[in-house]
Design a protein around this ligand. Sequence first.
Ligand code: BGP
Length: 492
Amino acid sequence: MMKLSKEFLWGGAIADFQAEGGYQEGGRGLSTHDFESAGSVDHPRCNTVLMPDGSCATAKSHFFGPDSLPEGGQPFVFPDRYYPSHKAVDFYHHYKEDIALMAGMGYNVFRFSICWSRIYPTGEEATPNEAGLRFYEQVLDELEKYGMEPLITIHHDELPAALALRYDGWSSRHTIDCYLRYCRTLFERFGKRCRYWLTFNEINAVRGFAACGTRKADDQTHYNAAHNMFLASAQAVQLGHEMMPGSQFGAMYALSEIYPATCKQEDVFRRMQCRRESWYFADVMARGAYPAYAADLLRRRGVTLHTEPGDDAILKAGALDFVSFSYYRSCTVNAHSKFNVVGGDANPYLPSTPWGWPIDPLGLRYCMNEVYDRYQKPIFIVENGLGAIDKVEADGTIQDDYRIDYLRDHLRAMMEAILIDGVPCLGYTMWGPFDLVSLSTGEMKKRYGVIYVDMDDAGNGTLARHPKKSYYWMKEVIASPGESLWTEKDGH
Ligand code: BGP
Protein backbone atom coordinates (compact mmCIF):
# COMPACT_ATOMS: atom_id res chain seq x y z
CA MET A 1 0.00 0.00 0.00
CA MET A 2 1.10 3.61 -0.54
CA LYS A 3 3.45 5.14 1.98
CA LEU A 4 5.64 8.21 2.07
CA SER A 5 9.40 8.36 2.50
CA LYS A 6 10.95 8.77 5.93
CA GLU A 7 12.26 12.20 4.89
CA PHE A 8 8.75 13.59 4.44
CA LEU A 9 8.14 16.42 6.92
CA TRP A 10 5.05 16.01 9.09
CA GLY A 11 4.10 18.77 11.44
CA GLY A 12 1.94 21.64 12.56
CA ALA A 13 1.83 25.40 12.00
CA ILE A 14 1.04 28.39 14.21
CA ALA A 15 1.28 32.17 14.05
CA ASP A 16 2.73 34.06 17.00
CA PHE A 17 -0.23 36.40 17.63
CA GLN A 18 -2.71 33.52 17.59
CA ALA A 19 -0.70 31.37 20.00
CA GLU A 20 1.95 33.15 22.04
CA GLY A 21 0.23 35.77 24.19
CA GLY A 22 2.74 37.47 26.49
CA TYR A 23 2.20 40.62 24.47
CA GLN A 24 3.90 42.85 27.01
CA GLU A 25 6.54 40.41 28.15
CA GLY A 26 10.22 40.18 27.35
CA GLY A 27 10.43 43.73 26.01
CA ARG A 28 8.02 43.03 23.13
CA GLY A 29 6.72 46.10 21.31
CA LEU A 30 3.12 46.44 20.19
CA SER A 31 2.27 44.67 17.00
CA THR A 32 -0.48 45.58 14.53
CA HIS A 33 -2.66 42.64 15.59
CA ASP A 34 -2.61 43.86 19.20
CA PHE A 35 -5.26 46.38 18.14
CA GLU A 36 -7.79 43.81 17.03
CA SER A 37 -10.25 42.91 19.72
CA ALA A 38 -12.14 40.14 17.98
CA GLY A 39 -10.73 38.82 14.78
CA SER A 40 -10.42 40.28 11.37
CA VAL A 41 -13.33 39.30 9.19
CA ASP A 42 -16.77 40.85 8.83
CA HIS A 43 -18.96 39.88 11.76
CA PRO A 44 -20.98 42.07 14.10
CA ARG A 45 -18.42 41.69 16.86
CA CYS A 46 -15.35 41.34 14.68
CA ASN A 47 -12.86 43.44 12.93
CA THR A 48 -12.66 46.13 15.55
CA VAL A 49 -9.61 48.27 15.29
CA LEU A 50 -10.13 50.75 18.06
CA MET A 51 -9.92 54.47 17.50
CA PRO A 52 -8.61 56.94 20.08
CA ASP A 53 -12.13 58.22 20.79
CA GLY A 54 -13.24 54.70 21.75
CA SER A 55 -15.14 54.02 18.57
CA CYS A 56 -14.32 51.00 16.45
CA ALA A 57 -13.24 51.22 12.87
CA THR A 58 -15.07 48.40 11.22
CA ALA A 59 -14.53 47.20 7.71
CA LYS A 60 -15.86 44.44 5.52
CA SER A 61 -12.94 42.17 6.14
CA HIS A 62 -9.28 42.22 6.94
CA PHE A 63 -8.69 42.36 3.23
CA PHE A 64 -10.10 45.86 3.27
CA GLY A 65 -8.91 47.13 6.66
CA PRO A 66 -9.78 50.35 8.43
CA ASP A 67 -9.90 53.57 6.43
CA SER A 68 -8.10 55.66 8.95
CA LEU A 69 -6.03 55.39 12.05
CA PRO A 70 -4.70 58.05 14.40
CA GLU A 71 -2.22 60.34 12.73
CA GLY A 72 1.17 60.03 14.45
CA GLY A 73 1.24 59.57 18.19
CA GLN A 74 1.79 56.44 20.13
CA PRO A 75 0.14 53.09 19.59
CA PHE A 76 -2.68 52.57 22.05
CA VAL A 77 -4.89 49.79 23.29
CA PHE A 78 -7.98 49.96 25.45
CA PRO A 79 -7.47 48.13 28.73
CA ASP A 80 -11.13 47.25 29.18
CA ARG A 81 -11.59 45.43 25.88
CA TYR A 82 -10.79 41.76 25.38
CA TYR A 83 -8.03 41.19 22.86
CA PRO A 84 -7.67 37.45 22.18
CA SER A 85 -4.16 37.88 20.80
CA HIS A 86 -2.83 39.43 24.02
CA LYS A 87 -3.10 36.19 25.92
CA ALA A 88 -3.86 33.80 23.07
CA VAL A 89 -3.13 30.24 24.31
CA ASP A 90 0.02 31.35 26.11
CA PHE A 91 2.49 29.41 23.98
CA TYR A 92 4.96 31.94 25.42
CA HIS A 93 4.87 30.02 28.70
CA HIS A 94 3.68 26.63 27.42
CA TYR A 95 6.08 26.06 24.52
CA LYS A 96 7.96 23.24 26.26
CA GLU A 97 4.77 21.31 26.93
CA ASP A 98 3.39 22.01 23.45
CA ILE A 99 6.57 20.91 21.69
CA ALA A 100 6.81 17.77 23.83
CA LEU A 101 3.22 16.86 22.91
CA MET A 102 3.84 17.46 19.21
CA ALA A 103 7.03 15.41 19.35
CA GLY A 104 5.04 12.65 21.03
CA MET A 105 2.89 12.47 17.92
CA GLY A 106 5.97 11.98 15.76
CA TYR A 107 6.19 15.46 14.23
CA ASN A 108 9.53 16.17 12.61
CA VAL A 109 8.80 19.78 11.65
CA PHE A 110 7.16 22.75 13.36
CA ARG A 111 6.16 25.92 11.54
CA PHE A 112 5.97 29.02 13.72
CA SER A 113 6.21 32.74 13.07
CA ILE A 114 8.52 35.16 14.77
CA CYS A 115 6.89 38.23 16.23
CA TRP A 116 8.86 41.06 14.61
CA SER A 117 8.13 43.43 17.52
CA ARG A 118 9.68 40.95 19.98
CA ILE A 119 12.95 41.35 18.09
CA TYR A 120 12.67 45.03 17.14
CA PRO A 121 9.96 46.55 19.36
CA THR A 122 9.37 49.55 17.10
CA GLY A 123 11.09 48.10 14.04
CA GLU A 124 13.74 50.81 14.07
CA GLU A 125 16.06 50.10 16.99
CA ALA A 126 19.78 49.92 16.19
CA THR A 127 20.14 46.68 18.12
CA PRO A 128 17.69 43.84 18.62
CA ASN A 129 15.89 42.99 21.83
CA GLU A 130 17.91 40.22 23.42
CA ALA A 131 14.99 38.82 25.43
CA GLY A 132 12.99 38.35 22.25
CA LEU A 133 15.82 36.50 20.53
CA ARG A 134 16.34 34.41 23.63
CA PHE A 135 12.70 33.30 23.64
CA TYR A 136 12.91 31.91 20.11
CA GLU A 137 16.31 30.38 20.86
CA GLN A 138 14.66 28.43 23.64
CA VAL A 139 11.93 27.30 21.26
CA LEU A 140 14.65 26.09 18.86
CA ASP A 141 16.41 24.32 21.76
CA GLU A 142 13.25 22.37 22.47
CA LEU A 143 12.75 21.48 18.82
CA GLU A 144 16.33 20.25 18.60
CA LYS A 145 15.86 18.14 21.69
CA TYR A 146 13.21 16.14 19.80
CA GLY A 147 14.84 16.25 16.37
CA MET A 148 12.17 18.55 14.94
CA GLU A 149 13.04 20.79 12.02
CA PRO A 150 11.94 24.44 12.37
CA LEU A 151 10.09 26.16 9.51
CA ILE A 152 10.13 29.86 10.32
CA THR A 153 7.62 32.39 9.01
CA ILE A 154 9.37 35.75 9.13
CA HIS A 155 6.23 37.84 8.57
CA HIS A 156 2.84 36.33 9.40
CA ASP A 157 0.37 39.12 8.60
CA GLU A 158 1.74 41.63 11.12
CA LEU A 159 4.46 44.15 11.80
CA PRO A 160 5.53 46.44 14.63
CA ALA A 161 2.67 48.88 15.20
CA ALA A 162 5.12 51.77 15.27
CA LEU A 163 6.11 51.12 11.64
CA ALA A 164 2.45 51.12 10.69
CA LEU A 165 1.67 54.33 12.52
CA ARG A 166 4.80 56.25 11.56
CA TYR A 167 5.38 55.10 7.99
CA ASP A 168 2.13 53.50 6.88
CA GLY A 169 3.76 50.08 7.04
CA TRP A 170 4.47 48.45 3.70
CA SER A 171 3.48 51.63 1.82
CA SER A 172 6.96 52.87 2.61
CA ARG A 173 10.26 51.62 1.27
CA HIS A 174 11.66 52.40 4.71
CA THR A 175 9.80 49.30 5.95
CA ILE A 176 11.86 47.21 3.51
CA ASP A 177 15.07 48.39 5.20
CA CYS A 178 13.65 47.62 8.64
CA TYR A 179 12.52 44.16 7.48
CA LEU A 180 15.97 43.39 6.08
CA ARG A 181 17.64 44.44 9.32
CA TYR A 182 15.25 42.12 11.14
CA CYS A 183 16.00 39.29 8.69
CA ARG A 184 19.75 39.77 9.07
CA THR A 185 19.36 39.44 12.82
CA LEU A 186 17.32 36.24 12.48
CA PHE A 187 19.74 34.72 9.97
CA GLU A 188 22.76 35.60 12.15
CA ARG A 189 21.22 34.23 15.26
CA PHE A 190 19.21 31.23 14.03
CA GLY A 191 20.76 30.58 10.62
CA LYS A 192 22.76 27.55 11.67
CA ARG A 193 19.68 25.98 13.18
CA CYS A 194 17.02 26.59 10.55
CA ARG A 195 16.97 25.44 6.93
CA TYR A 196 13.45 26.36 5.82
CA TRP A 197 12.15 29.94 5.83
CA LEU A 198 8.98 31.66 4.65
CA THR A 199 9.35 35.36 3.88
CA PHE A 200 5.62 36.19 4.02
CA ASN A 201 2.35 34.49 4.96
CA GLU A 202 -0.66 34.53 2.58
CA ILE A 203 0.71 37.60 0.85
CA ASN A 204 -2.01 37.32 -1.81
CA ALA A 205 -4.81 37.57 0.74
CA VAL A 206 -3.76 40.31 3.12
CA ARG A 207 -4.49 44.02 3.06
CA GLY A 208 -4.86 46.94 5.38
CA PHE A 209 -3.69 47.78 8.85
CA ALA A 210 -3.27 44.52 10.77
CA ALA A 211 -1.49 42.59 8.02
CA CYS A 212 0.31 45.27 5.99
CA GLY A 213 0.32 48.25 8.34
CA THR A 214 -1.37 50.54 5.82
CA ARG A 215 -4.05 53.05 6.80
CA LYS A 216 -5.85 52.46 3.55
CA ALA A 217 -6.64 49.20 1.84
CA ASP A 218 -7.64 50.45 -1.61
CA ASP A 219 -6.04 48.89 -4.68
CA GLN A 220 -3.51 51.68 -5.24
CA THR A 221 -2.22 51.31 -1.67
CA HIS A 222 -2.45 47.54 -1.69
CA TYR A 223 -0.58 46.76 -4.91
CA ASN A 224 2.15 49.26 -4.10
CA ALA A 225 2.55 47.81 -0.62
CA ALA A 226 2.73 44.36 -2.22
CA HIS A 227 5.46 45.58 -4.58
CA ASN A 228 7.49 46.67 -1.56
CA MET A 229 6.87 43.28 0.05
CA PHE A 230 8.07 41.56 -3.15
CA LEU A 231 11.27 43.60 -3.02
CA ALA A 232 11.71 42.78 0.66
CA SER A 233 11.16 39.07 0.04
CA ALA A 234 13.60 38.94 -2.87
CA GLN A 235 16.31 40.71 -0.90
CA ALA A 236 15.71 38.46 2.11
CA VAL A 237 16.10 35.39 -0.11
CA GLN A 238 19.39 36.71 -1.49
CA LEU A 239 20.68 37.65 1.94
CA GLY A 240 19.62 34.31 3.37
CA HIS A 241 21.35 32.37 0.62
CA GLU A 242 24.55 34.36 1.22
CA MET A 243 24.47 34.06 4.99
CA MET A 244 23.13 30.49 5.23
CA PRO A 245 24.39 28.26 2.42
CA GLY A 246 21.87 25.49 1.81
CA SER A 247 18.95 27.43 3.23
CA GLN A 248 15.66 27.18 1.35
CA PHE A 249 13.14 29.96 0.99
CA GLY A 250 9.48 29.92 0.21
CA ALA A 251 6.58 32.32 0.66
CA MET A 252 3.08 31.29 1.43
CA TYR A 253 -0.11 31.86 -0.57
CA ALA A 254 -3.77 31.32 0.25
CA LEU A 255 -4.57 28.95 -2.61
CA SER A 256 -7.89 27.43 -1.79
CA GLU A 257 -9.16 26.07 -5.12
CA ILE A 258 -11.49 27.80 -7.58
CA TYR A 259 -13.76 26.10 -10.12
CA PRO A 260 -15.85 27.59 -12.92
CA ALA A 261 -19.51 27.36 -11.87
CA THR A 262 -20.44 25.91 -15.28
CA CYS A 263 -18.70 24.99 -18.52
CA LYS A 264 -19.98 28.21 -20.06
CA GLN A 265 -16.97 29.81 -21.65
CA GLU A 266 -17.45 33.14 -19.81
CA ASP A 267 -17.44 31.32 -16.46
CA VAL A 268 -14.28 29.42 -17.36
CA PHE A 269 -12.58 32.62 -18.48
CA ARG A 270 -13.61 34.35 -15.27
CA ARG A 271 -12.12 31.45 -13.30
CA MET A 272 -8.80 32.07 -15.01
CA GLN A 273 -8.94 35.75 -14.13
CA CYS A 274 -9.81 35.00 -10.51
CA ARG A 275 -6.94 32.52 -10.18
CA ARG A 276 -4.60 35.16 -11.54
CA GLU A 277 -5.53 37.33 -8.55
CA SER A 278 -3.32 34.91 -6.62
CA TRP A 279 -0.88 33.84 -9.33
CA TYR A 280 0.08 37.52 -9.61
CA PHE A 281 1.81 37.23 -6.23
CA ALA A 282 3.31 33.78 -6.64
CA ASP A 283 4.50 34.53 -10.20
CA VAL A 284 6.51 37.57 -9.14
CA MET A 285 8.06 35.84 -6.17
CA ALA A 286 8.66 32.35 -7.56
CA ARG A 287 9.61 33.34 -11.12
CA GLY A 288 11.28 36.63 -10.19
CA ALA A 289 9.35 38.84 -12.63
CA TYR A 290 5.93 40.36 -13.14
CA PRO A 291 3.76 38.23 -15.44
CA ALA A 292 2.46 39.61 -18.76
CA TYR A 293 -1.14 39.86 -17.46
CA ALA A 294 -0.03 42.12 -14.57
CA ALA A 295 -0.40 45.18 -16.81
CA ASP A 296 -4.06 44.37 -17.49
CA LEU A 297 -4.78 43.42 -13.86
CA LEU A 298 -3.38 46.74 -12.62
CA ARG A 299 -4.98 48.79 -15.40
CA ARG A 300 -8.44 47.42 -14.60
CA ARG A 301 -7.93 48.63 -11.05
CA GLY A 302 -6.53 52.00 -11.97
CA VAL A 303 -3.29 51.21 -10.14
CA THR A 304 -0.03 52.96 -10.97
CA LEU A 305 2.85 50.97 -9.62
CA HIS A 306 5.64 53.04 -8.10
CA THR A 307 8.74 51.27 -9.25
CA GLU A 308 12.35 52.41 -9.26
CA PRO A 309 15.27 51.55 -11.52
CA GLY A 310 16.84 48.34 -10.28
CA ASP A 311 13.61 46.80 -8.93
CA ASP A 312 13.40 44.24 -11.73
CA ALA A 313 16.94 43.04 -11.07
CA ILE A 314 16.18 42.66 -7.35
CA LEU A 315 13.07 40.57 -8.05
CA LYS A 316 14.96 38.39 -10.50
CA ALA A 317 17.83 37.71 -8.11
CA GLY A 318 15.58 36.70 -5.24
CA ALA A 319 13.24 34.07 -6.66
CA LEU A 320 11.93 31.52 -4.17
CA ASP A 321 13.30 27.97 -3.84
CA PHE A 322 9.95 26.33 -3.11
CA VAL A 323 6.30 27.36 -3.24
CA SER A 324 4.08 26.85 -0.23
CA PHE A 325 0.43 27.46 0.38
CA SER A 326 -2.51 27.11 2.70
CA TYR A 327 -5.41 24.99 1.52
CA TYR A 328 -8.69 24.83 3.43
CA ARG A 329 -11.53 24.84 0.93
CA SER A 330 -12.66 25.55 -2.61
CA CYS A 331 -15.22 27.80 -4.24
CA THR A 332 -16.87 28.42 -7.59
CA VAL A 333 -17.07 31.53 -9.75
CA ASN A 334 -19.22 32.56 -12.67
CA ALA A 335 -18.82 35.42 -15.07
CA HIS A 336 -20.48 37.84 -12.63
CA SER A 337 -19.15 36.62 -9.29
CA LYS A 338 -17.73 38.95 -6.72
CA PHE A 339 -14.50 37.40 -5.67
CA ASN A 340 -11.76 37.76 -3.12
CA VAL A 341 -8.89 35.33 -3.13
CA VAL A 342 -10.19 32.98 -0.44
CA GLY A 343 -13.86 32.91 -1.18
CA GLY A 344 -16.15 32.84 -4.18
CA ASP A 345 -19.56 31.18 -4.50
CA ALA A 346 -20.67 27.93 -2.90
CA ASN A 347 -20.44 24.55 -4.62
CA PRO A 348 -23.62 22.45 -4.49
CA TYR A 349 -21.56 19.24 -4.60
CA LEU A 350 -19.64 19.90 -1.39
CA PRO A 351 -20.45 19.78 2.32
CA SER A 352 -19.25 22.63 4.53
CA THR A 353 -17.66 23.14 7.93
CA PRO A 354 -19.69 24.81 10.72
CA TRP A 355 -18.09 28.08 9.55
CA GLY A 356 -19.35 27.53 6.01
CA TRP A 357 -16.04 26.57 4.44
CA PRO A 358 -16.64 23.95 1.71
CA ILE A 359 -14.75 20.68 2.31
CA ASP A 360 -12.95 19.53 -0.82
CA PRO A 361 -10.04 17.06 -0.50
CA LEU A 362 -9.75 16.49 -4.26
CA GLY A 363 -9.25 20.24 -4.61
CA LEU A 364 -6.02 19.84 -2.65
CA ARG A 365 -4.70 17.28 -5.14
CA TYR A 366 -5.73 19.56 -7.96
CA CYS A 367 -4.08 22.57 -6.33
CA MET A 368 -0.80 20.71 -5.74
CA ASN A 369 -0.67 19.71 -9.39
CA GLU A 370 -1.54 23.21 -10.54
CA VAL A 371 1.21 24.79 -8.47
CA TYR A 372 3.87 22.30 -9.51
CA ASP A 373 2.91 22.47 -13.19
CA ARG A 374 3.22 26.22 -13.05
CA TYR A 375 6.48 26.67 -11.16
CA GLN A 376 8.31 23.32 -11.36
CA LYS A 377 9.64 23.93 -7.87
CA PRO A 378 9.05 21.73 -4.83
CA ILE A 379 5.91 22.56 -2.93
CA PHE A 380 5.18 22.58 0.80
CA ILE A 381 1.64 22.41 2.21
CA VAL A 382 2.01 24.66 5.22
CA GLU A 383 -1.61 25.01 6.37
CA ASN A 384 -4.63 22.76 6.17
CA GLY A 385 -7.20 21.69 8.73
CA LEU A 386 -10.73 21.81 10.03
CA GLY A 387 -12.08 24.53 12.30
CA ALA A 388 -14.80 22.81 14.34
CA ILE A 389 -16.60 22.88 17.67
CA ASP A 390 -15.32 20.21 20.06
CA LYS A 391 -17.15 18.74 23.00
CA VAL A 392 -15.31 17.57 26.09
CA GLU A 393 -16.97 14.34 27.26
CA ALA A 394 -17.65 13.60 30.93
CA ASP A 395 -14.54 11.41 31.05
CA GLY A 396 -12.44 14.27 29.65
CA THR A 397 -11.96 12.77 26.16
CA ILE A 398 -12.66 14.58 22.90
CA GLN A 399 -14.06 12.29 20.19
CA ASP A 400 -13.31 14.41 17.14
CA ASP A 401 -14.08 11.89 14.39
CA TYR A 402 -15.12 14.74 12.05
CA ARG A 403 -11.54 16.09 12.26
CA ILE A 404 -10.11 12.64 11.58
CA ASP A 405 -12.35 12.38 8.50
CA TYR A 406 -11.22 15.78 7.22
CA LEU A 407 -7.53 15.09 7.78
CA ARG A 408 -7.71 11.54 6.38
CA ASP A 409 -9.37 12.65 3.16
CA HIS A 410 -6.97 15.55 2.64
CA LEU A 411 -3.88 13.48 3.47
CA ARG A 412 -4.98 10.78 1.04
CA ALA A 413 -5.42 13.41 -1.67
CA MET A 414 -1.96 14.75 -0.85
CA MET A 415 -0.43 11.28 -1.11
CA GLU A 416 -2.11 10.69 -4.46
CA ALA A 417 -0.67 13.95 -5.76
CA ILE A 418 2.80 12.93 -4.58
CA LEU A 419 2.85 9.24 -5.40
CA ILE A 420 0.57 9.00 -8.44
CA ASP A 421 0.83 12.45 -10.06
CA GLY A 422 4.52 12.88 -9.18
CA VAL A 423 4.35 16.23 -7.39
CA PRO A 424 7.46 16.79 -5.24
CA CYS A 425 6.23 17.89 -1.84
CA LEU A 426 8.57 18.66 1.06
CA GLY A 427 6.01 18.28 3.81
CA TYR A 428 2.66 18.96 5.40
CA THR A 429 2.09 21.18 8.44
CA MET A 430 -1.52 21.14 9.60
CA TRP A 431 -2.90 24.42 10.92
CA GLY A 432 -3.07 24.77 14.70
CA PRO A 433 -1.85 21.43 16.05
CA PHE A 434 -3.02 22.72 19.42
CA ASP A 435 -6.12 24.92 19.55
CA LEU A 436 -5.44 28.61 19.10
CA VAL A 437 -7.24 31.88 18.44
CA SER A 438 -8.96 32.13 15.06
CA LEU A 439 -7.54 34.76 12.79
CA SER A 440 -10.81 35.64 11.12
CA THR A 441 -13.18 35.57 14.07
CA GLY A 442 -11.01 35.90 17.16
CA GLU A 443 -12.80 32.88 18.59
CA MET A 444 -11.39 29.96 20.56
CA LYS A 445 -14.38 27.77 19.84
CA LYS A 446 -13.27 27.45 16.22
CA ARG A 447 -10.77 24.72 17.04
CA TYR A 448 -8.28 23.17 14.65
CA GLY A 449 -6.11 21.26 17.09
CA VAL A 450 -5.45 17.61 17.65
CA ILE A 451 -4.50 18.89 21.10
CA TYR A 452 -7.26 20.59 23.08
CA VAL A 453 -6.54 23.83 24.97
CA ASP A 454 -8.87 24.70 27.82
CA MET A 455 -9.79 28.28 27.02
CA ASP A 456 -13.02 29.94 25.86
CA ASP A 457 -13.92 32.90 23.69
CA ALA A 458 -13.82 35.30 26.63
CA GLY A 459 -10.35 34.20 27.63
CA ASN A 460 -11.45 32.00 30.55
CA GLY A 461 -9.95 28.57 31.13
CA THR A 462 -7.02 26.80 32.71
CA LEU A 463 -5.00 26.63 29.47
CA ALA A 464 -4.43 22.93 30.18
CA ARG A 465 -3.59 20.82 27.12
CA HIS A 466 -5.24 17.44 26.34
CA PRO A 467 -4.71 15.19 23.33
CA LYS A 468 -7.93 14.56 21.36
CA LYS A 469 -8.82 11.28 19.64
CA SER A 470 -7.32 12.73 16.44
CA TYR A 471 -3.94 13.07 18.18
CA TYR A 472 -3.59 9.31 18.56
CA TRP A 473 -4.91 8.75 15.04
CA MET A 474 -2.35 11.20 13.60
CA LYS A 475 0.44 9.50 15.53
CA GLU A 476 -0.32 6.24 13.71
CA VAL A 477 -0.45 7.99 10.35
CA ILE A 478 2.97 9.54 10.86
CA ALA A 479 4.53 6.33 12.17
CA SER A 480 3.40 4.38 9.10
CA PRO A 481 4.22 7.02 7.30
CA GLY A 482 0.94 7.53 5.56
CA GLU A 483 0.24 3.84 5.02
CA SER A 484 -2.36 3.64 7.79
CA LEU A 485 -4.58 6.00 5.77
CA TRP A 486 -5.36 3.19 3.32
CA THR A 487 -7.15 -0.11 3.47
CA GLU A 488 -6.94 -3.12 1.13
CA LYS A 489 -10.11 -2.09 -0.65
CA ASP A 490 -8.65 1.30 -1.64
CA GLY A 491 -6.49 -0.52 -4.15
CA HIS A 492 -3.31 1.42 -3.36
C1 BGP B 1 -4.95 31.40 7.36
C2 BGP B 1 -3.96 32.10 8.25
C3 BGP B 1 -3.83 31.53 9.61
C4 BGP B 1 -5.05 30.83 10.17
C5 BGP B 1 -5.88 30.11 9.15
C6 BGP B 1 -7.24 29.66 9.63
O1 BGP B 1 -5.54 32.34 6.52
O2 BGP B 1 -2.66 32.10 7.67
O3 BGP B 1 -3.26 32.51 10.44
O4 BGP B 1 -5.71 31.49 11.14
O5 BGP B 1 -6.06 30.84 7.99
O6 BGP B 1 -8.15 30.72 9.62
P1 BGP B 1 -9.10 31.07 10.82
O7 BGP B 1 -8.25 31.19 12.02
O8 BGP B 1 -9.72 32.35 10.46
O9 BGP B 1 -10.06 29.94 10.89
